[in-house]
Ligand binder design. Structure first.
Ligand SMILES: Nc1ncnc2c1ncn2[C@@H]1O[C@H](COP(=O)(O)OP(=O)(O)O)[C@@H](O)[C@H]1O
Ligand SMILES: CSC[C@H]1O[C@H](OP(=O)(O)O)[C@H](O)[C@@H]1O
Length: 401
């Protein structure tokens, strides 16, 4: 069974049985393929007699969302499992444990997190997660600081950059986030009702310059090991626990790309409240919660990142007066810009979000799409002038008023 082929549910059970010390040899196991993402197979294997369960995640040699016409490297499974292990070494409570990685089958064996929910779903049900800001800001600060030249020996870091060269997955981002939404590309999926707003984006030269600047930094700034796709579908959550999954897009890039991804997805849900909230008061209330979460995440991230830098910084020159303030300002500016790009791509690009697409009322859906585009483009245009996180909240308020 070791040469690559996509597993059936029965083969997933046979594979699970072969893992030592996990399930009793003769016990009954059941398997369900539960993958709902754009790319991979995910098998949930359980042993009803003991309640034990695991996840087997297998990469397919193509992008599942498009089909076999879009070949995709299996190496992304190695990248994902190695990134998860690095994240576990830095913040063990915030990622699933990986038990094994089988290279030939592009298969990762990991902890079952079925007692959590995917955060996008939780937000669509208007749940609140009081520990999320502390959890995700700690994840971001530790994962970004310790993999950057601030927190790691610079020669070792360069070796790690080699380990995470991820050209095919980066190309998806370069195209789907930084190029296709700004032109009439075949990959786009433009909702007809907002064609006028999308055409405006295709013709907005000022906007294109800002996106080209952000794209350049994505292409060239190997600042830290990024998760690379940190949307609310890559976060499992419950009241007392947060787990970051699915880092197959990991590579060394600008820190603001990961922080911006989290903010973009909170703000897409903010826009989508047009269609989800029963009345204007609860809509305003949930929106305030989302904006307070954005601010809380940035404030905690900045505090934790500065504290790690002051206590564990390894680079003598990084202690130069004024450098830390300059650095954090740049990260904030990138965060604005990438948050904007990540919002825009989810409105009329190839891969969209359920927060907006599952709104049944067509006029509410259209309003949510227009708010997302307005807020996304204003974040992009403002990014090189941003000074405080409050400006993000002000732009969000402006987009709904
Ligand atoms: N460790 C896990 N425990 C439980 N369910 C999981 C786990 N990992 C993934 N899943 C399920 O599989 C789905 C797709 O997983 P994901 O890693 O996002 O795949 P893709 O890379 O295809 O986007 C998730 O939305 C979740 O429902
Ligand atoms: C052709 S891949 C499109 C899109 O899907 C990825 O997300 P996920 O694997 O979490 O479903 C990523 O965001 C890509 O841009």
């Amino acid at each position: 069974m070791t040469s690559y082929h996509a597993l059936t549910e029965a083969e997933a059970i046979a594979y699970a049985r072969s893992i030592p010390n996990l399930f009793a040899p003769d016990s009954e196991l059941s398997s369900r393929e539960i993958g709902d993402g754009n790319l991979n197979l995910v098998f949930h294997i359980s042993e009803p007699s003991t309640g034990r369960s695991i996840i087997l995640k297998q990469a397919l040699p193509y992008a599942k969302v498009v089909g076999e016409s879009w070949p995709l490297t299996l190496d992304r499974a190695r990248i994902e499992s190695e990134a998860l292990m690095i994240h576990e070494s830095l913040c063990s409570d915030l990622v699933p444990h990986v038990w094994a990685f089988e290279k030939e089958l592009a298969l990762t064996v990991m902890q079952d997190l079925s007692d959590h929910v995917i955060m996008r779903k939780g937000l669509m049900e208007r749940n609140r997660y009081p520990l999320f800001a502390e959890h995700i800001s700690r994840f971001l600060a530790n994962a970004l600081f310790y993999t950057s030249d601030l927190g790691r020996n610079q020669q070792e870091k360069k070796e790690s950059v080699k380990q995470f060269i991820n050209p095919e997955l980066c190309k998806i981002t370069e195209d789907l986030i930084f190029d296709d939404p700004y032109r009439n590309a075949d990959t786009n999926n433009v909702p007809p009702a907002i064609m006028d707003a999308v055409e405006h984006i295709w013709n907005d030269k000022e906007l294109h310059l800002e996106v080209a600047i952000l794209r350049n930094s994505f292409l060239t700034n190997a600042q830290a090991l990024l998760h690379g796709d940190l949307h609310t579908g890559s976060i499992f959550i419950k009241q007392d626990s947060t787990k970051v999954i699915d880092p197959e897009f990991a590579f060394y890039g600008p820190m603001g790309f990961d922080i911006g991804a989290v903010f973009a997805n909170l703000l897409l849900n903010f826009a989508a409240q047009e269609g989800w909230s029963a009345d204007v008061h609860s809509r305003a209330d949930y929106r305030s919660y989302l904006l307070a979460t954005v601010k809380d995440i940035w404030t905690r991230f900045e505090g934790e990142f500065r504290s790690l830098w002051n206590r564990y910084g390894v680079d003598r020159m990084s202690k130069t007066d004024g450098y830390q303030d300059w650095y954090i300002q740049q990260v904030l500016r990138d965060t604005f810009g990438y948050a904007g790009c990540k919002m825009v791509r989810r409105v009329h690009g190839l891969a969209q979000v359920a927060d907006i697409n599952q709104i049944e009322d067509e006029s509410a859906k259209e309003r949510a799409q227009r708010i997302s585009l307005q807020l996304g483009t204003s974040l992009i245009k403002h990014h090189r002038r941003a000074v405080t996180i409050d400006e993000m909240l002000e732009l969000a308020d402006k987009a709904i008023n």
